[in-house]
Design a protein around this ligand. Structure first.
Ligand SMILES: [Zn+2]
Length: 158
């Protein structure tokens, strides 16, 4: 298993942002109780917002730019870390650059391969769902009962 970890801290005024990124190319599953390593990209991401030595809040997601402004959002807020923590444009840009750097630094051949496998699996799953949906639509058009999923011609309701 390839695991790459990166941790960075940045202090803005009296607030420290501690960012953790762990990326793995596989995970451990078990078959009949035996441990198996399966290729599966996964990552752990976290930002801790620390003030006066205490964790004020945290987020498992990258900060994002605010698109829908509501009255409750502070005027200088440019981005959101979570629903109680907003960021100015300057802080957002600094954090975003650091996070991009962390992703770039933790890239490896194994990680890229695992990500590609995960993407292909997802694409195959979506394609199978699309085909199943199309087949279902076709069956309904051809008279399949949506309640019981057979050609009962309404008998299941009797
Ligand atoms: Zn039926």
């Amino acid at each position: 298993m390839k695991e790459i970890k990166s941790t960075k801290e940045i202090t803005r005024g009296t607030t420290t942002f501690k960012i953790t990124l762990i990326r793995r190319d596989s995970e451990i599953a078990n078959l009949d109780g035996d441990k198996l390593e399966i290729k599966k990209y996964n990552e752990f991401f976290n930002i801790d917002v620390i003030k006066d030595g205490k964790t004020l809040t945290w987020s498992a997601y990258r900060p994002f730019i605010i698109k829908n402004r509501t009255k409750n959002i502070p005027d200088n807020a440019y981005a959101e870390l979570n629903n109680q923590c907003y960021l100015s444009e300057e802080t957002y840009n600094i954090l975003n650059n650091i996070i991009n750097e962390m992703y770039a630094e933790t890239e490896s051949e194994e990680i890229i391969i695992a990500m590609k496998i995960a993407e292909e699996k997802q694409a195959k799953k979506e394609e199978a769902e699309r085909i199943a949906d199309a087949q279902y639509e076709k069956n309904i058009k051809n008279g399949m009962c949506p309640k019981c999923g057979t050609w009962c011609y309404g008998e299941c309701e009797l």
